[in-house]
Design a protein around this ligand. Sequence first.
Ligand SMILES: O=C(O)[C@H]1O[C@H](OP(=O)(O)OP(=O)(O)OC[C@H]2O[C@@H](n3ccc(=O)[nH]c3=O)[C@H](O)[C@@H]2O)[C@H](O)[C@@H](O)[C@H]1O
Length: 432
Amino acid sequence: MPSALEDELFPSTPGKFKIERSHAMNRQFHRCFASTSTMFLWVLFLIALTASYLSFQSFVDSGSRYFSASWGGIQWEKQVRNSAQIHRSGGMSVLVTGAAGFVGTHVSLALKKRGDGVVGIDNFNSYYDPSLKKARRSLLETHGVFIVEGDINDNRLLDKLFDTVAFTHVMHLAAQAGVRYAMENPQSYVHSNIAGLVTILEVCKSANPQPSIVWASSSSVYGLNDNVPFSESDRTDQPASLYAATKKAGEEITHTYNHIYGLSITGLRFFTVYGPWGRPDMAYFSFTRNILQGKPITIYRGKNRVDLARDFTYIDDIVKGCLGSLDTSGKSTGSGGKKRGAAPYRIFNLGNTSPVTVPTLVNILERHLRTKAKKNVVDMPGNGDVPFTHANISLARRELGYKPTTDLQTGLKKFVRWYLSYYGYNHGKPVN
Ligand SMILES: O=C(O)[C@H]1O[C@H](OP(=O)(O)OP(=O)(O)OC[C@H]2O[C@@H](n3ccc(=O)[nH]c3=O)[C@H](O)[C@@H]2O)[C@H](O)[C@@H](O)[C@H]1O
């Protein structure tokens, strides 16, 4: 019986011809069918080939992601857990972001030394010499602090860290620092100080239990405020640099997370922190390097030839303020991303409360280094600097027991001693 398909192709005619044609048609049909099924098989084969190629690609991709990632795996988890181990009763386990940074290193060491668990995270970016950050990491390693190499924008990594350790506190110090560099690389400030901060807060808000957060804001939020000394209640809506603006934004953003999710949050306005293991981009550090190398230094001068002044604050005092903040932070109230009640929201100035002019800073360095600086005094360029800073620290004194004890003379002496032991006199390579 001819099939409907045959009928359609060859309309029926009577006689032999029909029979012969019917045979011919059958052969034709089988050839046709055979070629259709061959085609069908080819199509199937091609689909299967494409599918297996795609899945192989994704396997290779995820495999290479897995293998190239500097985190994950049993050994890594063990290091994280060991580092987070608490060795005193009532101690805390703290995730320190920016742990290979200046303040991060000192805070991590202080926490570890008193028996708290500490895990660091740092992206080791090249804003300044990463070898200094690696040296700080080595120092921390000798004290049992493990630093994970990764970015605070990597929420998979942060989730993994919180899956591995139930951190009680986060000390969030990772940031793009520097006031004047914001004109060169504005996006880096948005990446770290805004996007990175939000990523940290998102992970913390979802963690169960939620940690308490202490984070680094900045004296620069006071911007053009001229009420002296600067109090936490003064206006902070006139930032003079993008850096300041991102730190101010951070204060608003953290307030939102406190309000919606019940995260306990403390923001610390650091005033020009200096000391051993410091940041090479800061004036006291770069001046020291240039003075020792016989190179000129540029000293900015304010309007009407007024000297610029800063409330330079020694690192050990800042560390005490950070630990005091962690100790008094109070608990976050939320869980699984839901607020269960009001949680503390605090902001403190951490300064020295005795501003010193930049030329005086240079005089002190000259004395400690026993070398005269080649000074080049220029008018302050409009690059985000403010003429002076001066902290009122009454609030921190009352709430945290914060009491700075190191004056600039003493602090710079300690810095210079460290500098010479680390770099030697020529600032070639670090002296081991
Ligand atoms: O408190 C803060 O929140 C900030 O403190 C720090 O900023 P600043 O107070 O600007 O420190 P720093 O650069 O050391 O300049 C000190 C003085 O030297 C002057 N200065 C600087 C460089 C130079 O070549 N010449 C000069 O006169 C300069 O004009 C200024 O008067 C941190 O870097 C910043 O990340 C942030 O934490």
